[in-house]
Design a protein around this ligand. Structure first.
Ligand code: FE2
Length: 284
């Protein structure tokens, strides 16, 4: 029996009674996708599955993305990124997600879901903060909705390095940068499954509005970002070992809590990340 419980925040559900090691029949998976699209974030509790079982689950949601930064990939598993603060990570790698963004918004074919499987969690810190950009959009005045409905934002990787006091992301090599030229995405983007509208990627990789003067464009992006980051739209997930947190990257922004190098096993953080693009196979 699968049980959904409200998370300790304005949105999201924890999910009990599902064991990925057993696989998931289509009917159960369809209900899980519906729960994600209704609630933005699901946390599957008490998982103890293998890498292969986790990847099989990830592929139900779409096509895994191999990150442009090759060094983040896990040996033998290019679809899996190891995230955290283990000694193989320098400060930039430890904190490469410690700025507000949504995944792969710097590519034409964006991420549609991201999941993190908690393997080691620090007793203090290590949260992922997530905001609901559909709720933030729904709350905008109708006049603002009208003004922004047809605007396109220009995105590229690392564009916000250091902006708003946020940490710098890793600079790409020339060949990596050549793979991810600037792209346009609607500022108000309909969800590819539900058709519902949300503010899309108004932080992180957005650095201009197409056809708008720089000052006006920067001001609009900053205003929409600040609107989304209000506490009433924010959930911070404190992981337990065995959690698989999955969020709808089309209707959220997220930001990792900055973390230092581990001082002892109690301060180690390791999560396995899968991000996918496209639709779940059951919707194709
Ligand atoms: Fe991310």
């Amino acid at each position: 029996m699968i049980r959904y419980e409200k998370l300790d925040g304005p949105f999201g559900r924890s999910v009990y009674g599902l064991d990925l090691a057993d696989g998931i029949p289509d009917g159960k998976f369809q209900r899980l996708t519906k729960a994600l699209y209704d609630h933005r974030v699901l946390v599957l509790k008490n998982q103890a599955c293998s890498v292969d079982q986790y990847l099989k689950f990830g592929r139900l949601w779409g096509t895994p993305i191999q990150h442009v930064v090759h060094t983040s990939r896990t040996p033998d598993y290019p679809d899996l990124l190891s995230v955290g603060n283990l000694p193989d990570k320098d400060d930039v790698s430890r904190n490469s997600a410690a700025f507000w963004h949504t995944d792969q918004a710097y590519e034409a074919d964006v991420a549609t879901a991201t999941m993190l499987y908690a393997r080691k969690v620090p007793s203090i810190g290590g949260e992922t903060r997530i905001v609901d950009t559909k709720a933030a959009y729904d709350d905008l005045d109708s006049s603002i909705k009208k003004n922004i409905e047809n605007l396109m934002a220009v995105h590229f990787y690392g564009s916000t390095s250091g902006r708003d006091g946020e940490r710098k992301t890793r600079e790409l090599t020339d060949s990596q940068a050549a793979r991810v030229p600037p792209v346009l995405h609607p500022l108000v983007r309909p969800h590819t499954i539900t058709g519902e509208q949300a503010l899309y990627a108004v932080a992180g990789t957005a650095f201009a509005i197409d056809g708008m003067k720089e000052g006006e464009s920067n001001s609009l992006i900053a205003t929409l970002k600040a609107h989304c980051l209000q506490d009433k739209y924010l959930y911070a997930h404190k992981y337990e070992v065995g959690d698989i947190a999955i969020w709808d990257t089309q209707m959220t922004l997220h930001c990792a809590t900055p973390i230092g190098a581990p001082k002892n096993p109690d301060s180690e953080r390791l999560l396995w990340r899968i991000s996918v693009r496209g639709k779940p196979a059951i919707y194709q």
